[in-house]
Design a protein around this ligand. Structure first.
Ligand code: DGY
Length: 326
C-alpha cells in the first residue's frame, strides 16, 4: 500500500520542541524556516505564496487581517492559532473566504490565572521596586517604612470577564481570603459563580472593589473599557492588573491615575499595540511591566501546541475541529 502523503503545513513561528516534533512527525512542514517573531505582513504573504500549504499554524502577533487572508493561496483550508485569543485574525474575512479557523482555549486557563495573581501580588507588594533596589546595590538594609505595599488578603477583587481564566483567578483569590466581584455580559450559573458577586453594571463593581483584574479578551466593544471615567469610580489607592488584552485600557488615563496615586499600583502583561507600549509607563515606579507571559509555562505551551495540532488532525480526518471559531 502507498504511504499516505502528509498534509503540507506552514508554521509561522518556531514552537516548543515537543510541538515541533509532533508537527514534523505528522505533517510536511513547508515554507521558510519559522523564527521566534512574527513575519511582517509582506513576508508572511510571500511565505504563504511560496509554501502553498493546506494548513497554517500561526500565533498572536501574526497579522491575519483581511488583506493577508485575501492574499492566501487557494490551497489553504484551515488556520489554527497557537492561542486562545483570536484578535490577530479577521474572523469575518476568514468566514467570507471559507477558511476554517481554530484557537486553543482551556489549556492556558490555570497558567494565565496564576500570572494574574502573581501580578496582583507583585503590584500590591511592590516586588518590581524591591527587586530593582537590591540589584542597584543601593539597598542599605531593613527599615520599618521601606517599600510598604498593600496586603491583598481580605481585599475585594473585581474581575472583568468571568470566563475560564476569570473563574480560575476567582478560585485562587478566594484561597487568599479575597471577596470576589465580577462584571460579565451574562450572570453566571450559581455553580460557576461559587459565591462571586455579580454586577450587571460595570460602574457598580468599580466602586465596590479594591483591586481590578482585567481578564477579558480584546474586542472592539471593549476597546479602552478602562477609561478615565471608569478609573474615577475606583476607590483612591486601587490596584489594576491587565492580563487580558492591552486594548482594554486607555493608557493615557491609567498613567495619569498612577501618577496622581488614584491608582496606587498596576501590573500589566499586555499592551495596546504591543510590543510597543506607551512610554509613560516606563518611568513610573508603581507599575510592574511583563512581556505577555500569561501562558508562558512549559506545560501550557506544549498543551497549546498539541491543541492546535489536534484541531488540524480532526479537520484533515474529516471531522469538525473541536475549537472552531470560524
Ligand atoms: C492567548 O492565547 O491569547 C494568549 O494571550 C497568549 O498566551
Amino acid at each position: 500500500m502507498q504511504p499516505q502523503a502528509k498534509t503540507n503545513l506552514l508554521l509561522t513561528r518556531r514552537l516548543p520542541p515537543n510541538v515541533m516534533a509532533r508537527a514534523r512527525r505528522d505533517y510536511a512542514l513547508v515554507g521558510p524556516e519559522p523564527g521566534d517573531l512574527p513575519w511582517p505582513r509582506e513576508r508572511l504573504i510571500a511565505a504563504l505564496a511560496q509554501a502553498n500549504p493546506q494548513a497554517v499554524l500561526c500565533a498572536p502577533g501574526d497579522v491575519f487581517d483581511g488583506a493577508t487572508i485575501a492574499a492566501m493561496p487557494p490551497s489553504v483550508r484551515i488556520l489554527a492559532t497557537f492561542s486562545a485569543g483570536t484578535d490577530h485574525i479577521d474572523l469575518e474575512a476568514a468566514r467570507g473566504r471559507g477558511l476554517v479557523v481554530t484557537n486553543a482555549p482551556d489549556v492556558l486557563t490555570e497558567a494565565t490565572a496564576e500570572l494574574t495573581l502573581a501580578l496582583i501580588l507583585a503590584a500590591a507588594r511592590r516586588l518590581g521596586e524591591g527587586e530593582r533596589l537590591v540589584r542597584s546595590g543601593a539597598w542599605q538594609g531593613w527599615t520599618p517604612t521601606q517599600l510598604l505595599g498593600l496586603r491583598v488578603s481580605g481585599k475585594r477583587l473585581g474581575i472583568l470577564g468571568m470566563g475560564r481564566i476569570g473563574r480560575a483567578l476567582a478560585r485562587m483569590a478566594r484561597g487568599l481570603g479575597m471577596e470576589v466581584h465580577y462584571h460579565n455580559r451574562r450572570r453566571l450559573d450559581p455553580a460557576l459563580e461559587e459565591g462571586a458577586i455579580h454586577h450587571a453594571e460595570a460602574e457598580s463593581m468599580l466602586s465596590a472593589i479594591d483591586i481590578l483584574a482585567l481578564t477579558a479578551p480584546g474586542s472592539e466593544a471593549l476597546r479602552h473599557w478602562l477609561n478615565a471615567e471608569r478609573i474615577a469610580l475606583l476607590p483612591r489607592g486601587a490596584i489594576v492588573v491587565n492580563t487580558g488584552r492591552g486594548s482594554l485600557v486607555d493608557d493615557a488615563a491609567l498613567i495619569a491615575a498612577l501618577r496622581s496615586g488614584h491608582v496606587a499600583y498596576a501590573g500589566l502583561d499586555v499592551y495596546d499595540g504591543e510590543p510597543a507600549l506607551h512610554p509613560g509607563y516606563l518611568d513610573l515606579p508603581n507599575v510592574v511591566l511583563l512581556p505577555h507571559l500569561g501562558s508562558a509555562t512549559v506545560e501550557t505551551r506544549d498543551a497549546m501546541g498539541f491543541r492546535a495540532l489536534d484541531n488540524l488532525d480532526a479537520f484533515f480526518a474529516g471531522a469538525d475541529p473541536p475549537d472552531r471559531v470560524a
